[in-house]
Design a protein. Structure first.
Length: 234
């Protein structure tokens, strides 16, 4: 399936320049390449300091596992191998830490700052903070287009958000969800709460005076009834 193209005001992820120079020449394993890019993206989503990714997070990352073409039975071995290659190459650094009976393997970028951070954590001079909670694995089924749009424009797709998107698909026309998402991006209101409010307003007040391409005032009324019935059931 062809890519739909980048949407307006698409967000960008910083990537260290050497990745497009010597590393681009040296990396000849596709799994390592994809894994490294995904780690860049995941680290950029992190807040606070220090920034790191745990092995459990990566094993539960559906985008990474799908990009590596790994089945449920293969995903741990495939992800670990790709990470090991990135660490051996020196793109990433890693360390193993134990806390309250839980062992975590952390991955950081191989920068001077992160090397000092990792050394400090290994010596006990710095705490990594609470372990991030990896979202439970949801299987390898293909996600509808709306899930891809959300992840590309809004942020990480958690199981909670995924469930709310599935619920919204049962209530609203698919084009509404996509347009509400794009409107939120255009206004820099990147949250599902804001998107859902747009949808509720359209269902209550009508969208574009009842004109939305193939959708008519009848579609507005149908969406309103669906929302009303959903609220009665809740």
């Amino acid at each position: 399936m062809a890519f739909d193209g980048f949407p307006p005001k698409v967000r960008y992820t910083p990537v260290p320049n050497p990745f497009f120079g010597p590393l681009l020449i040296e990396i000849d394993d596709l799994a390592e390449f994809k894994c490294t890019l995904r780690v860049f993206w995941l680290l950029y989503q992190k807040k606070g300091f220090p920034r790191f990714i745990t092995l459990k997070e990566l094993l539960a990352d559906q985008t990474l596992v799908k990009a590596l073409k790994a089945t449920s039975a293969e995903r741990e071995a495939v992800v670990k191998k790709a990470l090991a290659m990135a660490v051996e190459r020196g793109t990433l650094i890693s360390g193993s830490f134990s806390r309250e009976g839980s062992i975590e393997i952390l991955y950081l970028l191989n920068t001077e700052t992160d090397r000092r951070t990792l050394a400090g954590m290994e010596k006990g001079e710095q705490t990594p903070g609470p372990w991030p909670k990896a979202e439970p694995w949801q299987g390898t089924e293909e996600r509808p287009n709306v899930f891809r749009l959300y992840e590309e424009n809004i942020g990480v797709l958690t199981p909670v958000i995924a469930e709310e998107l599935r619920e919204a698909e049962q209530i609203y026309p698919p084009a509404w969800i996509e347009e509400a998402l794009k409107e939120a991006v255009a206004l820099n209101k990147r949250s599902w709460r804001y998107i859902s409010r747009i949808l509720e307003r359209w269902a209550t007040e009508g969208k574009d005076d009842g004109k939305l391409g193939r959708h008519s005032a009848a579609t507005d009324r149908e969406a309103y009834l669906r929302v009303h019935q959903h609220r009665l059931r809740s």
